[in-house]
Design a protein around this ligand. Structure first.
Ligand SMILES: *Cc1c(COP(=O)(O)O)cnc(C)c1O
Length: 571
């Protein structure tokens, strides 16, 4: 009755992403990219857009984070049972890896919306009898293994994904590549659209790049040259083999190494960055291509705490599927919004108490939240640059809640976490600092709504978007952030929150603003934020309301999806 085959009745947008974060129970995501993909799919389901998503099964997940006594990150695989959450689909396909056939199958998850919209998500899997033991492990670890392992995963995702969609009978009108990991699907499409002339494999004219471009939309997420996925051609020849003639592959993917971003740029008719600024930065990185921008969003229903949700339901009915209604936030009385926020705060503090064995935070104290991937450019420890100064401002008046994982190979990130944990013992009870383990969707949805301000101080212009700040705004938690990513568009000083450091200027990766950032961070905390919080609750609640009414009503995945449809998919 509820047969999956009905998904193949309509032409769909195929959304390809290496990671997708839908719920904590499906741990096939590591961070922002995956959560954005999950939110995108949820909004598409709410809006009943014809879409099908394709990703990897990642049987061992990303990793579970805990800490040693010394505060060093410990990583363990996350075990989950795809069999319990997903349906195995009947079709299989083959991809060629190191000159052997590798079977690929797909598991189906249905994203169901209260609007009755429903979208299929396919999780690709190579753990199939008949595949070599090493090939059965290709879809085990998200972002694990060496370059060869990554390339094999990208073959499964891009080529295997495109083939499996076809085997299962899906009709695809556009392919949306969420980051370059799935770029190899363009090579599969090139083969499909080859002009049918005998014995012309080596001739450029037999390959119709234009046909493939018409089918592909590409979203880039990385604002630095070094961050883009690339592979040595020696490795490509060995692992991928001759899928298209090498001169053509080098023309499209780069002469010296196969750059997955270049490949996608060359074979997509629409390319975008994930915030206005990020679009400009990407344009400077890749001159010669036209790069647009569609600013990211967050899924309103997923990221609103239950406390705020019941308020929104009674004053702004329909808000979850029409988040523009949040513009009417002033309908909600101040006291009720504050009460709801205190509810979310108490819920977080209860969680902290349970997870960290009795640690007690004070609900009357201004609480700063900071949670994101622990990596150098995010500068999680910047607020500790001058501990004496911080204590002078915040003694008894500030507490800090942290979370975030470092990539297993990122010792610098792990050291940064350790340092924050050491700061906690330095400040003691005068300025409490807690570090919550194992940041994931569940932790984020408790943490973000439960703090009073959301701190973000990355090095410009490395924060492509920064979606956690949008989750904060949705919950009436104002942002206190460096002007980078989405915040350049969402920031109105003293109205929606506060900036840190100088305004955004020309595109550069100049790190020399660090001192200025630190000075401004302390100055605003001391002169504006702490006084407002303790001496002018009404003024504070006004900022909370503006975060909702002026930020959240716009920076959500419903608005974002309408833009993808009108600006990218329908072109
Ligand atoms: C939202 C989210 C992120 C992304 O946050 P940024 O602001 O982009 O760093 C990462 N991890 C989890 C678990 C999230 O929920």
């Amino acid at each position: 009755m509820n047969d999956w085959r009905r998904f193949t009745d309509t032409e769909r947008i195929a959304y390809f992403s290496m990671e997708i974060g839908l719920t904590t129970e499906i741990p096939t995501y590591s961070g922002g990219l995956g959560v954005l993909a999950g939110d995108t799919i949820k909004s598409a389901a709410d809006m009943k857009l014809p879409m099908v998503a394709v990703t990897l099964l990642s049987r061992k997940g990303y990793f579970k984070q805990s800490f040693s006594k010394e505060g060093w990150q410990i990583e363990e695989p996350v075990q989950w049972d795809p069999e319990k959450m997903l349906e195995l689909l009947p079709g299989k396909t083959l991809v060629t890896i190191e000159q052997r056939d590798v079977k690929v199958q797909a598991w189906l998850y249905r994203v169901k919306s209260p609007t009755s919209g429903e979208l299929p998500v396919l999780f690709l899997d190579t753990d199939i009898p008949g595949n070599l033991p090493e090939d059965r492990k290709i879809t085990d670890h998200l972002y694990g293994g060496d370059r060869a392992y990554r390339l094999k995963q990208e073959i499964v995702l891009g080529i295997g994904g495109a083939r499996l969609l076809r085997v299962l009978g899906f009709q695809i009108r556009k392919y949306h590549l969420n980051e370059g990991h799935a770029s190899l699907l363009t090579l599969e499409l090139l083969n499909r659209h080859r002009r049918p002339v005998e014995d012309t494999w080596d001739e450029r004219a037999s390959w119709d790049t234009h046909k493939v471009q018409e089918k592909c939309v590409f979203t880039t997420h990385t604002p630095v040259e070094a961050g883009h996925d690339r592979f040595d051609y020696d490795l490509v020849e060995k692992v991928l083999g001759p899928i298209i003639p090498y001169p053509l592959l080098k023309e499209l993917g780069g002469q010296n190494e196969l750059n997955m971003t270049m490949l996608a740029l060359n074979l997509s008719h629409y390319v975008n960055g994930v915030a206005k600024k990020h679009g400009e930065v990407s344009q400077a990185l890749f001159p010669g291509f036209e790069i647009h921008s569609i600013t990211n969003g967050v899924h309103p229903f997923t990221w609103t705490s239950p406390y705020l949700m019941s308020l929104f339901d009674s004053y702004l009915p329909g808000w979850a599927n029409e988040p523009e209604l949040l513009v009417r936030i002033d309908l909600i009385p101040d006291e009720e919004l504050w009460e709801a926020h205190l509810g979310a705060k108490a819920y977080l503090f209860q969680y902290i108490n349970e997870v960290l064995d009795g640690v007690q935070l004070d609900p009357d104290i201004l609480t700063i939240g900071f949670a994101r991937r622990a990596t150098a450019y995010k500068r999680a420890n910047m607020i500790f640059t001058d501990p004496e100064k911080l204590l002078e401002i915040g003694d008894g008046k500030i507490q800090l809640v942290y979370a975030g994982k470092a990539h297993p190979n990122d010792d610098h990130g792990k050291r940064m976490i350790q340092e924050i944990r050491e700061q906690a013992s330095f400040f003691g009870d005068r300025l409490k600092i807690v570090y919550l383990p194992n940041y994931n969707i569940d932790v984020a949805s408790r943490l973000i709504p439960g703090v009073d301000i959301w701190l973000n101080n990355p090095l410009r212009p490395l924060e492509a978007s920064g979606t956690s700040g949008m989750k904060a705004a949705l919950n009436g938690v104002p942002n206190f952030s460096v002007l980078d990513g989405w915040w350049i568009e969402g920031h109105i000083e003293n109205v929606t929150g506060w900036s840190i450091g100088p305004p955004p200027t020309e595109v550069s990766t100049d790190v020399s603003t660090s001192d200025e950032d630190v000075r401004d961070l302390y100055k605003k905390l001391e002169e504006v934020i702490v006084p407002l919080y303790y001496q002018d609750k009404k003024g504070w609640i006004q900022v909370m309301k503006s975060a909702i009414g002026k930020n959240a009503y716009y920076f959500n995945t419903h608005v974002m999806m309408r833009r993808y449809v009108t600006e990218a998919y329908l072109r």
